[in-house]
Design a protein around this ligand. Structure first.
Ligand code: XMP
Length: 448
């Protein structure tokens, strides 16, 4: 959630009407904010003990919703809102708080955004008279202006991984400051097939962005050689990534700002239920002291679905905007144990086949995450009438809401058989294909 000292530059320039949600320890804060935004009205979540003055300092507040009961206890103390906010002149509604001193009350809200939308609609439009002026066109226009004000004619550096968030940040910054944006794409050699090429194609060739492409494949794979422990692998990949990025940053002159793809759930999650514990989400990913830049975080107000809508508004390709989640360490945690180049290649090729066939079957639009894994053991098979001794490929396809639990996708046999046939025919050094049937728990989504 927002700390009360949050970036004032953002607040001063918001043109949209806003409904403020005060967090009294409800788990459904984000559902409420998303439901109000889905009605076309902007909404943000603030700590429960915001003062009337702090509330008044926020722009275009049309109403306040107190969310959660009065009996929430934090560190042994029951929490409630500051009673002065009842006299601050805003329409106030409570959700699941019987003792709130306001006329508008609704029951505890659930998790269903559509149901919550209906429940809050009369308050938002009839009582608060909020204008439904929250949309991506307005958002993009506002952000372009805000970025220009923050950055002026200085330069912004951005680590462009090709993921949804960094791609949308790149597109926004590009629209706002053009050549003063310097994107650095580090290929750690653990990208999926065609991914770095797509980043270069979209940003360098189509959008004419200032893009530094660093092929650090050998560097990463050399460092990872012989390392089998998953956490050690993650540490090496993460650490090396920062070092490569840092080296590139040092080569560039006159950079004052660092673009970052922080999104709204990061901000909400970095706050806790008490205001005193709200901490800034700002961090610059482990860069050294002398490379600390001021941050530019133009999508910090957006939920993930809004980030995607923003990407489409900015003209990014559908596949980039709807890309499935991909872990930072990339294929590194799917090429099990100590990574070798032949297994990594088999992994990359089998993953590309899986993705292609999922797309042909329309599954790319419905399945949350799908990928292949290549373990570090071999099994016996036959090929061309001779005994083979090769690696297996494991297919994993899962659905989840929040990645905390997951169920497997029940892929139809003909699709699975086709993928299997193609992997066995097209990928060298593979003689078996298996389908991972395990939900989370007991398994995790990734194998390492
Ligand atoms: P698990 O395997 O923990 O994965 O069930 C849950 C989600 O997190 C992703 N994941 C990672 N993402 N760095 C990341 O950026 C990582 O080290 C990492 N490990 C897992 C995983 O792909 C899934 O979406």
């Amino acid at each position: 959630m927002h700390s009360k000292t949050d970036n004032p530059k953002i607040f001063k320039n918001m043109k949209q009407d806003m409904i403020v949600i005060l967090d009294l320890g409800s788990h459904e804060n984000t559902v409420l904010a998303r439901a109000i935004r889905a009605l076309g009205v902007y909404s943000e979540i603030y700590p429960h003990d915001i003062t009337a003055d702090e509330l008044k300092a926020l722009p275009n507040v049309k109403g306040v919703i107190i969310n959660g009961g009065p009996n929430n206890v934090i560190d042994g103390v029951a929490i409630d809102v500051n009673h002065e906010i009842y006299d601050a002149g805003y329409p106030i509604m409570s959700a699941g708080h019987d003792k709130a001193l306001c006329d508008n009350k609704i029951e505890q809200i659930g998790n269903d955004v559509d149901a919550v939308k209906e429940a809050v609609k009369p308050f938002v439009f009839d009582t608060c008279k909020a204008e439904p002026n929250w949309n991506m066109t307005n958002f993009v226009n506002d952000q372009v202006e805000l970025i220009r004000r923050q950055v002026g004619d200085k330069k912004v550096l951005l680590a462009l991984s090709g993921g949804v968030d960094s791609s949308v940040v790149a597109a926004l910054l590009l629209k706002a400051i053009g050549d003063n944006l310097v994107c650095v794409h580090v290929n750690h050699g653990l990208m999926r097939k065609g991914e770095s090429e797509a980043v270069i194609d979209v940003f360098s060739k189509q959008l004419c962005a200032n893009l530094v492409y660093v092929d650090a494949t050998d560097r990463f794979l050399d460092k990872l050689a012989g390392v089998a422990d998953p956490e050690e692998k993650r540490k090496i990949i993460g650490g090396e990534f920062i070092r490569v990025f840092e080296e590139e940053a040092r080569k560039l002159d006159g950079i004052d700002f660092l673009g970052q793809g922080t999104i709204y759930p990061d901000i909400v999650e970095s706050g806790t239920k008490t205001a005193k514990m709200v901490k800034s989400h700002h961090n610059v990913g482990g860069l050294p002291e002398d490379l600390r830049f001021e941050l530019v975080e133009p999508i910090r107000q957006l939920f993930k679905d809004e980030v995607r809508a923003c990407g489409l508004e900015l003209g990014l390709p559908y596949d980039m905007v709807y890309r499935q989640p991909f872990p930072g360490p990339g294929l590194g945690v799917r090429c099990l144990g100590a990574i070798t180049r032949d297994r990594l290649e088999a992994l990359r090729e089998s993953d590309a086949i899986l993705r292609e066939e999922f797309k042909n079957a329309g599954l790319d639009r419905t399945v949350w995450q799908y990928f292949t894994i290549v373990p570090d053991f071999k099994s016996v098979g036959v090929r061309n009438n001779a005994r083979s001794y090769d690696w297996p490929v494991i297919i994993r396809a899962v659905n989840t809401v929040d990645a905390m639990t997951a169920t497997i996708e029940q892929i139809e046999w003909p699709i699975l058989l086709k993928i299997t046939d193609r992997i066995l025919a097209e990928v060298p050094n593979i003689n078996r294909v298996c389908y991972d049937m395990s939900p989370k728990p007991s398994a995790t989504i990734e194998w390492e």
